[in-house]
Design a protein around this ligand. Sequence first.
Ligand code: GMT
Length: 375
Amino acid sequence: MKIAIVCYPTFGGSGVVATELGIALSKRGHEIHFVTYKQPVRLEYLSNKIKYHEVIVPEYPLFHYQPYELALSSKLVTVVKEHDIDLLHVHYAIPHAYAGFMAQQMLKTEGIDLPMMTTLHGTDITLVGSHSFYKPAVNFSINESNVVTSVSQSLKEDTKAIFDIHKEIHVVPNFIDFQNLPKNIGECQRDLMAEDDERIITHVSNLRPVKRIDDLIKVFHKVQQKIKSRLIIIGDGPERENASKLAHELGIREKIMFLGKSNEIEKILCYSDLFLLPSEKESFGLAALEAMAYGVPVISTDVGGVPEVNINGESGYLSALGDINDMANNAIKILENTDTLDKFKLRARDIALNFDMQNIVPQYEKLYETMLNGN
Ligand code: GMT
């Protein structure tokens, strides 16, 4: 199949999933065309099976807001015609499903039928899309999509509760490409980051308020009082400064490393002992799944789709939102005994294997086929 994929080309989970999906599909013989404003960060190489088409939005002083949707839908029309695209898969409803719908309408006037699948990722529904400024357009474009998928059962339920959706929503969970995980995890450069007798705790996110970075620092503050440990924070965002300030106030700043955005998360996960995810909302928690794939147990909140990924008492523990004491106690329970830690590490990896790409990508292919057959 020739598939056009629209996504955010950034470090955000939706862009990562869309890119990994495109790469996986290309390896299965499909021709993939990414249409977005920048080459996706996880897309390292282009080939005759993976192409990238840049959406350019020229700056014009008359426009207070530059019309990205217009440029995207026009670019889609061009790409679809030039490359004889069979179907469009948009990740993140805003504004991609809306722009995709417009492209469909323009193509229809030229006798071209372009079926569209929309994959909902979370913030497009629970945070941004539900705002009354966007809701009618998001509701409309979800209903107009030929096939709709969501990355967790929880997100499917949220979408149905927040919007008036009469389309079936198929749950297709996010995935990990286990075949491509680096094999020599034993060669991690742990000694660069911590002493031998220190535990390494990791957090990866875009450091937005929804990630509750204050809770992260407070949980770590409690843990390091009992367990000699370090916290490594990967990613960047608006909460970074506050987090650093809070760490200073609590006297633990020198035990925390802010590494910024990274394309080599695996190099850090391979020597991490625990992953902390105290989010307020999380439709899936791809970062937690990535940690588990490297055998890193997860301490998280019991929100959204996270309990579909992190199994309480097996791959880690779940706590109520904001329950810092419970998260810290659970972390200590896992970290204080090496046998317990090893047991959780093994189980975390085992559970992550349920999300092996080999099982998930065919689910998308099946839905593409159904869509092309007009069902
Ligand atoms: O978590 C973020 O802020 C980024 C956001 C995105 O859209 O890229 O992530 C969402 O999609 C990911 C991939 O499906 C999920 O793993 C995240 O849980 C989800 N984030 C939220 O729901 C807050």
